[in-house]
Design a protein around this ligand. Structure first.
Ligand code: ZN
Ligand code: FE
Length: 257
């Protein structure tokens, strides 16, 4: 498998995923068609599928134009996003699999940011859309804190630690600034923030992350850590410190940060 990030608009990432055995490819979350078409032409691959992580326009905006160009594209999304994803032809749920060339793709339902959020697991990588970001998570537009906790820590979090995390937006530096505020004593966050600042100053993408790195630095996955819990107690003295209630307070703090 070869994965190429395609930066779109100000901070979105589409990804071209290529099966090197068959030269077949899929595109994850085509924000807009032109940069995707350019990458497909440059690499000379055979685009056969669109993999949408959720229905938001900055993740499906290129679907229709790509379908005009390649009418046979298979379009994957969660079953509950029926009617919300342009051109959707396949309706997936947790545990469903399909093939992209010779690659096996496994889907995980990840409600929280939206009710139809889905991640795609391919070999040692997971494409998380706006569910898991580097050091962050999406806003809770349609789901509950409990759903987001389960999606991040129990469903995506059940994958091996070395799994590469390909996320939907380049928010890493701002997320780490918030993470340092939420858990000031965490040296991994300070170290990662310094590294990410250098990468961004040099114009580099911070994608992919790894699950191991997220467990160390993502405040929304560190709901059990004493540092995060101390911050939550200060902001919400009556909090019972259940994972969902901790995540709810951290998410509310981030929304205002
Ligand atoms: Zn979104
Ligand atoms: Fe988005």
């Amino acid at each position: 498998m070869k994965v190429t990030p395609i930066p779109c608009r100000t901070d979105n990432y589409a990804y071209l995923v290529v099966c090197q055995e068959t030269n077949q490819a899929g595109v994850v979350d085509p924000t807009d068609a032109p940069p995707v078409i350019a990458e497909v032409e440059k690499s000379g691959v055979d685009l056969t599928a669109i993999l949408n992580t959720h229905h938001h326009h900055d993740h499906i905006g290129g679907n229709n134009e790509l379908l005009e160009r390649w009418p046979g594209l298979v379009v994957y999304g969660h079953q509950s996003d029926k009617g919300r994803i342009d051109g959707q032809t396949r309706f997936m749920d947790t545990g469903d699999t399909f093939t992209l060339g010779a690659l096996e793709v496994r889907t995980l339902h990840n409600p929280g940011h939206t009710t139809g959020g889905i991640s795609y697991v391919i070999e040692d990588a997971v494409f998380t859309g706006d569910t898991m970001f580097a050091a962050g998570c999406g806003r809770l537009f349609e789901g509950t804190p409990e759903m987001m906790y389960t999606s991040l820590c129990k469903v995506i979090g059940a994958l091996p630690e070395q799994t590469k995390v390909y996320f939907g937006h380049e928010y890493t530096e701002a997320n780490l600034r918030f993470a340092a505020h939420a858990e000031p004593g965490n040296g991994h966050i300070a170290e990662r923030l310094a590294r990410v600042r250098e990468m961004r100053a040099a114009g580099k993408f911070t994608t992919p992350s790894t699950l191991a790195e997220e467990w160390r630095t993502n405040p929304f996955m560190r709901v059990d850590s004493p540092g995060i819990q101390e911050t939550v107690k200060k902001n919400d003295p009556g909090n019972d410190l259940s994972p969902a209630n901790v995540l709810a307070v951290v998410r509310a703090m981030k929304d205002k940060f």
